[in-house]
Design a protein around this ligand. Sequence first.
Ligand SMILES: Nc1ncnc2c1ncn2[C@@H]1O[C@H](COP(=O)(O)OP(=O)(O)OP(=O)(O)O)[C@@H](O)[C@H]1O
Length: 569
Amino acid sequence: MEERGSPDGDPARSLEQGPQGQETPIQVVLRVRPMSTAELRRGEQSALHCSGTQTLQVSPPGGGPDVAFRFGAVLDGARTQEDVFRACGVRRLGELALRGFSCTVFTFGQTGSGKTYTLTGPPPQGEGAPVPPSLAGIMQRTFAWLLDRAQHLGAPVTLRASYLEIYNEQVRDLLSVGSPRPLAVRWNKTRGFYVEQLRVVEIGGLEALMELLQMGLSRRRSSSHTLNQASSRSHALLTLYISRPRPQPQQMPPLDPGEPPASGKLCFVDLAGSEKVAATGSRGELMLEANNINRSLLALGHCISLLLDPQRKHNHIPFRDSKLTKLLADSLGGHGVTLMVACVSPSARCLPETLSTLRYASRAQRVTTRPQAPKSPVAKQPPRLENEMLQLQEENCRLRFQLDQMDPKAPGLHGARGAWAQRNLYGMLREFMLENERLRKEMSQLQSSRDLAWGEQQVLAQQVQELKGRLLSACSIWPGPAAAPLCPYLTPAAPCHEPRHRGADRSASRDADWEGGGPLGSPTACGAPKHPTCAERWSRGCKPGPEAGGPQTPDQQLPATWPEPATTQ
Ligand SMILES: Nc1ncnc2c1ncn2[C@@H]1O[C@H](COP(=O)(O)OP(=O)(O)OP(=O)(O)O)[C@@H](O)[C@H]1O
C-alpha cells in the first residue's frame, strides 16, 4: 500500500514561513471493515463498494442511484492493519510532532464499526494477553516507529504520555495512581483547554509505552450490547508529549509546574461510537452512556458544521459545549495537524448510520486548521522583556556556576546532605530572584508616586508665591497709617475680632483656601474693604484687641522682614 504524505504538501515547511501558518484541511481516511460473523450469519448484504483508492460507492438496498463519496483514502475490508497504518500517513504526523507540531489522529463512526480495532487492534483475548503483532493497530505501530526514530536522531528525545477517558461527561485519568476521580477541564491563554492534575508519565522505552497502553485499555469503560461484544463506553485520548532540547539560550523552564515543556504532541483519540438505542437495545446505565456519547458527538458535529461556515469561522464556535469539544478544540479549529479515520460497517442494515458517518466525514475534510509549531516562551515576549529575561538567565547561569564552584567537601555539604543543601540553595536562589524582581517593580512604583508628589509640591509652591504677591499688593494699596502692616487679620490663625462675624469668617476662610485666603489669612473675608466694621475701625486707626489675636507682645507681631507697604498718593 502506498505510504501517504502530509496533506497538501508539508505544513511544517509552509508554517515555518509565517506566524499564522497556512490553512491545511483535516485529512480524512475511510475504512470499511469486513462483514462480521454475525452480519454474515444474518445474511446481510453489503451496501458499499470501493471504486479506486479514494472513492466509495453507496448502493441503496431498495435500488435507486448510487451515491459516491471521495476521501483522502478509502480502504476496504481486505486491507491489513499495516496497510491502514501506511495509508493514513501516520509516520508523517510523527515527523511533524518531532518538529514541534501538535498532531491528532482520531477515529469515529457508528458503534461496532472498527474504531478501537483500527487504533489498538482487537480486544485482548485474555488478561494481559498482548495483541498479535500483525493485528496491532495504528497506535502500537506509531509507538514502535517513533521510538525507533527517536533513537536515530542526533539529539535526545524525551517522551511522556497521558491517557484519559471522557465517561458520562466526566474526565477520568486512566493512568491515575489509585481509582480515577473526575478531573476538571480548564483553559488558559498559553495552553488552551487542558485537564487539571492529569498524570503525565515519562516513557523509558517501547515496552513501558505498550504497558501503559494496555493499562489504560483495561481501565477504560466498556460493555456488551447487541452490536458489539466489547463496546467502548467512553471517548479515550492518549497523548504523547515529545520534547527535544531547544537551542540555547531560549531554553526556559515551563512557567506552570503542571505544564509539559513546549514540545510536539501526538494525540490518539478513540471516540465512542454513535448508537441508536433501539438498535443496540441499551437500557439503564447503557442507555445513559449512549445518551452522553450521542450528545457529545452531536456537539462535535455542530462545531464542525460551524467551522465550515466562512462567516462563522472567526466567530464563536461552541467548543465549551462538551468536554470532548473542549479537548479537541485545537485539533479542529486551532493550530494542529489532524487526521480522522472514519470507520463504517459494510452491512446494508447499518446504512442510515453509515450515511451519517460519511456525511460527517465529508464535512470534516472541508475544515481547515493553521498548523503551527509552538514558539519558545521567550519568542512571544516584547524585545525589552526578552532582554531582561536573557539577563536574568545569564544571572541565573552565573549563580549556578558559583554554586557549582562551592567545595562539595565543605563541612555539611557532602553526600545526600550536600545534594539536599544544593537543591535548597537553588530553591532559595530562585526565590531571591523572584523577590528581587518584585522589589524592582515596587521600587519603580514608588519612584513614580514620588515624581507625582514632587510635581504637586511644585504647583503648590508656585500658588503660595502668587498668593503672597497678591497679599502684598492688597496691603500696599491700603490707604492707612504707617502702622497698617501690623494688620492682624493677615496672620495665620487670626479670627475676626468682631464676635458676630466669627462664624461667617470661619466658613469664608474655608472657601477662600483656593481664592487667595488660606494659610496667610483672608483679606477678602475679613479685610477692610469688604468688612464694614473692620474697615471703620481700620480707617480710625483702631488696632484689634487681644480677643482678635491682635498683637499683645512684640513676639506676636509680624516678622521684622515684613515688607514696608508702598505709600499711596
Ligand atoms: N478491520 C477489521 N477486521 C477484522 N475485525 C474487525 C475489523 N474492524 C473491527 N473488527 C471487529 O469488529 C468488532 C467491533 O470493532 P470495534 O470494537 O473496534 O468497534 P468500535 O467502533 O470501536 O465500537 P464501539 O464504538 O462500540 O466501541 C470487534 O470484534 C473487532 O475485532
